[in-house]
Design a protein around this ligand. Structure first.
Ligand code: HMG
Ligand code: MG
Length: 311
């Protein structure tokens, strides 16, 4: 018989609580060929909030020519209660993005830089040094204005153009983001090539350099089916914040080999089974994924969602 909740077997050495950082309305939708109108994005975000998610990325203040799926993010923010217990971070690639986010009432932003030269140019249109300096400047300005800032790093575990990435580059980039005021660093496995030993090695390099596990989040893409195993490796090293997208929707328009993020339901199923609290109602997320699948006109990738909803 299929179940909508797993049996619980705890592991004492793992964190007792995890923050699920929901990215379907941004990382998910930015890679879809169908552009959903702002009101549908608002409904997605509202459904996700009703399922217990407390951090839901709401969009991006980037060039609508570069990412048309994220146009009208200010309309999305207008429709949300930005004073509620849910935080709705938005991506800001430059000062203009920060100004627009502030004008729309955003309290949480995310800056995003690559640890590789090729992806800096593909994603942000300039060199690693220029785009990093620009993002550090945004992070400093935003923290001075009292905003909470997350720092994303892309291509942490490999780059489709450059190949392997030295973990020390990740250490240096993380330290720069934290020094600029970022409250956390999200390690992006943009193309999903990481495996658990690789995740552990990068985390160990960060922790040994003095960056605490509490400041680190893991952002997985499930291209090679390794995302959950990678989360488990990170849990073992004390990481307790994980990015995920409902239904596993997503990818990256500037890295063709990236598929969707780890599905939120698949993550929560594992965490529920480990007795790790998230506050997320897995059935409600699965129902939202099925709804999103209808909006996008295609099946989504979450095994857990398919198992729960067909019962
Ligand atoms: P650029 O061409 O180098 O900059 O773009 P520009 O200053 O020459 O501006 C070009 C055009 O964009 C101009 O418009 C600007 O006005 C406009 P035009 O004159 O051509 O009509 N513009 C803007 N419009 C709205 N909001 C802004 C803004 N800034 C400039 N803030 C830029 C540089 C970064 C703006 C551009 O390349 C861009 O927007 N790129 C999109 C980047 C993006 O959203 N990528 C996806 C998110 S990152 C990701 O998915 C990875 C992550 O998930 C982690 C992981 O998995 O690794 C986070
Ligand atoms: Mg991503």
């Amino acid at each position: 018989m299929m179940e909508s909740l797993p049996q619980v077997f705890t592991r004492e050495t793992l964190p007792s609580q995890v923050k699920v950082y929901e990215v379907s309305a941004r990382d998910g939708l930015q890679a879809e060929s169908v552009t959903l109108p702002a009101e549908v994005r608002v409904e997605l975000i509202s459904r996700l909030a009703s399922s217990g998610l407390r951090t839901i990325e709401a969009g991006s203040f980037v060039s609508p020519k570069a990412v048309p799926q994220m146009a009208d993010t200010q309309v999305v923010l207008d429709a949300l209660n930005l004073d509620s217990a849910v935080s709705y971070p938005v991506l800001t690639p430059n000062r203009r993005g920060l100004d627009d986010a502030q004008a729309a009432g955003a309290k949480d932003i995310a800056v995003f830089v690559s640890v590789t030269e090729s992806f800096s140019r593909a994603n942000l249109g300039d060199s690693l040094e220029v785009t990093t300096a620009r993002n550090l400047d945004v992070a400093t300005a935003a923290t001075s204005a009292g905003m909470q800032v997350r720092g994303y790093l892309s291509m942490v575990f490999g780059d489709p153009w450059e190949g392997p990435v030295d973990p020390q580059r990740v250490v240096t980039a993380s330290a720069r983001l934290l020094d600029a005021g970022c409250s956390s660093i999200s390690l992006g496995d943009t193309i999903g090539t990481a495996t658990p030993g690789h995740v552990a090695a990068v985390l160990q390099a960060l922790i040994e350099s003095g960056i605490p596990a509490e400041s680190i989040a893991l952002h997985t893409h499930n291209t090679y089916g390794q995302a959950l195993a990678n989360v488990y490796a990170a849990l073992q090293l004390g990481v307790s914040e994980f990015d995920a997208s409902a239904g596993g929707v997503g990818g990256c328009p500037f890295a063709g080999s990236a598929t969707g993020n780890l599905a939120t339901e698949d993550l929560v199923w594992m965490l529920d089974g480990l007795g790790i609290s998230t506050g997320v109602d897995i059935r409600a997320v699965a129902e939202t994924s099925q709804w999103l699948s209808r909006q996008l006109g295609k099946p989504l990738a979450s095994a857990t969602s398919a198992a729960i909803v067909t019962q």
